[in-house]
Design a protein around this ligand. Structure first.
Ligand code: COD
Ligand code: ZN
Ligand code: ZN
Length: 376
């Protein structure tokens, strides 16, 4: 390819500092170094976590940064030693890598690769340098993948090759939202047929949890959200009942316990607030209920809860990217999509040209969108 080995100039959205909207700029993207891949991003979703970057509420982010972590694209060039992909391959960048070598990657029971940003910063490439500059300034990477850039560079542990026929403007959702929610139900909770589930938060990720519960055969799926506009889609996807806690005279967890003969079998917190995390735990059935934490709380949060809730046999678990070992599983999820086993397309409410990225964030923040997809 003509661009291999050269610096590429392209569009990218930069968050220059926290609490400012992103601005679309021309950036320079350096070629990939050894064990790195440069990708032309075709489509990227906007996830709530990107909004957390803009608001400065995510820990350990350096500014200026190019956010974005729900993308799909085509390999433009590869660095020395890369064997898992080649130029022209369709790929999904992985916001949780799978290095294949760390103790977590070698453990079949976890997907929390020790190369994750939650453990070690991914604001620069592994050699501690950036591949992005703008106006002579170094720009930081986000989760190693920065999908809000038309061209972006990532380590080969953070990329998965997908089906050649996959529509990139749809399967970008497998990079985060759909995989995170669906896997929380299927892998982390292991929802059983006939069970009762409660899903706190019906955004793109919460609705994907609803889809996972439904496909696992749950008999009752109760959706909880303070935005009633989310109920229509939740019911379309399998929620049997929906509750707005603002309409209740009692805390929602008490109402759930009454509605379900002493509590639900599985509850999911998909908002990222400590009060709803404890509410989700309290809504579980004594002895057998499992609560899965999908949302991340604001940086530095502490949680206070009655330990008797756990003593009496409830289980409290976290789920990160749906528990999937990403490099192994995301291509299989995309193949499942191609075989029509599930359809996250319903989560896409808006498709916008990349330049309208700020409109996409406004749609998210006003509660009007589930997922906006940006096209380069
Ligand atoms: N009670 C009930 N519902 C509420 C409340 C409340 N107090 N507050 C907000 N909500 C609703 C909103 O109306 C909205 O419908 C929903 O909760 C949240 O949805 P979105 O669209 O804002 O967010 P999602 O679905 O894109 O993402 C939600 C996460 C919780 C997954 C995200 O914010 C997060 O914490 N991500 C980090 C965790 C993770 O695994 N990330 C993977 C990479 S992102
Ligand atoms: Zn996300
Ligand atoms: Zn690893």
């Amino acid at each position: 390819m003509g661009t291999a080995g050269k610096v590429i100039k392209c569009k990218a959205a930069i968050a220059w500092e926290a609490n400012k909207p992103v601005s679309v700029e021309e950036v320079e993207v350096a070629p990939p170094k050894a064990r790195e891949v440069r990708v032309k991003i075709v489509a990227t979703g906007i996830c709530r976590t990107d909004d957390h970057v803009l608001k400065g509420s995510l820990p350990n982010i350096n500014y200026p940064v190019i956010p974005g972590h729900e993308g799909a694209g085509i390999v433009e060039s590869i660095g020395e030693g890369v064997t898992c992909v080649k130029p022209g391959d369709k790929v999904i960048p992985l916001c949780l890598p799978q290095c294949g070598e760390c103790s977590s990657c070698l453990n079949p029971d976890t997907n929390c690769c020790l190369k994750t940003h939650l453990y070690e910063s991914q604001n620069l490439m592994p050699d501690n340098t950036s591949r992005f500059t703008c106006k002579g300034q170094r720009i930081y990477h986000f989760l190693w993948i920065s999908t809000f850039s038309e061209y972006t560079v990532m380590p080969d542990s953070a990329i998965a090759k997908i089906d050649d026929d996959a529509p990139l403007d749809k399967v970008c959702l497998f990079g985060c939202g759909f995989s995170t929610g669906y896997g929380a139900a299927i892998n982390t909770a292991k929802v059983k047929p006939g069970s009762t589930c409660a899903v706190f938060g019906l955004g793109g990720v919460g609705l994907s949890v609803v889809m996972g519960c439904k496909s696992a055969g749950a008999a009752r799926i109760i959706g909880i959200d303070i935005n009633k506009n989310k109920f229509v889609k939740a019911k379309e996807l399998g929620a049997t009942e929906c509750i707005d806690p603002q309409d209740l005279k009692k805390p929602v967890q008490e109402v759930l316990v009454e509605m379900t003969d002493h509590g639900v079998d599985y509850s999911f917190e998909v908002i990222g607030r400590v009060d709803t995390m404890t509410a989700a735990l309290e809504s579980c059935h004594m002895g057998s209920g499992t609560c899965v934490m999908v949302g991340t709380p604001p940086a530095g949060s502490r949680i206070s809860f009655d330990p008797m809730l756990l003593f009496t046999g409830r289980t409290w678990k976290g789920s990160f990217i749906g528990g999937w070992k990403t490099k192994d599983s995301i291509p299989k999820l995309v193949s499942g999509y191609m075989e029509k086993k599930f359809n996250p397309d319903v989560l896409i409410t808006h498709t916008l040209p990349f330049e309208k990225i700020s409109e996409g964030f406004e749609l998210l923040c006003s509660g009007k969108s589930i997922r906006s997809i940006l096209l380069f």
